[in-house]
Ligand binder design. Sequence first.
Ligand code: ATP
Ligand code: MG
Ligand code: FE
Length: 352
Amino acid sequence: LLLLGIETTCDETAAAVVRRRADGTGTILSNIVHSQTEDHAAYGGVVPEIASRAHVEILDHVIARALRASGLALAELDGIAAAAGPGLIGGVIVGLTTAKALALATRKPLIAVNHLEAHALTARLTDKVPFPFLLLLVSGGHTQLVAVTGIGEYAKLGGTMDDAIGEAFDKTAKMLGLPYPGGPAVERAALKGDPGRFALPRPLHGKPVPDFSLSGLKTAVRIEALKIAPLSEEDVNDLCASFQAAIVDILSDRVRCALRVMRQKGLKPSALVLAGGVGANQAVRRVLHKVAADGGTRLAVPPPELCTDNGAMIAWAGAERLARGLHDGLDVSPRARWPLAEVEAKGAAVGA
Ligand code: ATP
Ligand code: MG
Ligand code: FE
């Protein structure tokens, strides 16, 4: 199957063409990501109205580039996939409406993809990961541990009670005067810092349910920063290193807990799948390799550029669904909120 995938839920305007073979393996034929980082940098975060306008202006161009780079014509595709949520609603409307127009004009099936499901399934494009697997989804808006037993079968084991981990990276960066987006900036600073200088909390450590709480950690960074202000570059590096060390500890403890919970449910995960933008962080990847091995499984994680938002993950999720006969009608609605647990795999094979 050959799928076009469109991603516009946040501040990346992205399109890609992906092939999925009958044996479940996949190849990326093209993957174009236009990041709007510069449009939002001055505001220290994503401005929804600026994002939707930028998607409108550039999406056609990004799709044309993705098609050209794939060497395929629209007529050769088997389906058109777009992220239908969750995300900033203006952007979602732009991507989904464009996909509907293309599906209508080409008479190809439309696949309305859940952005989180796309993050979750990316590891099956870059690696061999049969069901069931344990998913750690850590992105800008989400932090969850999920037992994945099939397409559309997502049982949440735990999640965050306040901030997402990506959000904690972004807010910490902003607090310390580092550029947006915060994750990569904090990671770079942490490399030069002393992780032992500040004693920061590890909330919920040892708790039997694999939930997260990040707001206390964020506040602790703020308090330490205020104590020693004005901050030197060394202070910032040490705060970043201490913050990242706390995140790494929190993630290993909570994932160990989730692996136990999964085993108690009688499920043996084929892998621990790391997904979402925070999965691009090398310290996080390193520690989770070890945690997975200790737990009798292995870490499966896409390359960093497929952890952050992209079109290939949407095209791939669309292909996984279409391969099972799942597609959507042209009346499908964009959704600002769309939890993974509400993604369906049955009864959707109707319409266009
Ligand atoms: P969601 O997927 O929840 O809707 P999103 O699409 O904005 O949110 P992603 O693009 O998946 O999120 O990830 C972006 C997040 O990942 C940002 O919070 C960013 O700071 C974080 N991130 C990116 N690279 C790194 C890194 N190297 N280290 C830590 N965090 C990172
Ligand atoms: Mg982004
Ligand atoms: Fe995302």
